[in-house]
Design a protein around this ligand. Sequence first.
Ligand code: ZN
Length: 157
Amino acid sequence: MSNLEDLYREIILDHYRSPRNSGELETPPAHKAEGFNPLCGDEIVVYLLMGDDDTIADLKIGGQGCSISQSSASMMSAAVKGKTIDEARKVMRSFKGLMSIAEAGEDLAEPTTAEIRELGDLAALRGVVKFPTRIKCATLSWNTLEQAMTEMGSDTA
Ligand code: ZN
């Protein structure tokens, strides 16, 4: 298992050192949402540009914080770019299932093997569940993305 943990650590560090989709987008037309994790001091800014058919045409990530929050944001951006809102929410549910943060009233099933494969690099963050105080670091960018999607009124669920 230690080899796998080493691999996970490498993936996390790679995203932290070379964040994907880092930067800003002009608002409007892009939507902007800001998230803050007071437990750790992490800040995430999500810029979301929608294309046709509810597709995430582009997104950029700003902010600063610990390696978990920043690498998770980078992985998220790579995972949802080009996807529809529904598809992005599906990945979000899988990731939150992985993080085992089933909240009261929220029906979150354990992710299947196929879903974990679909998560790709995001699966590297599963080690975080051993450190409950860091789970908010890992989920901050997703909650900020959710905020951006909700605020622009595209709740198609
Ligand atoms: Zn953090």
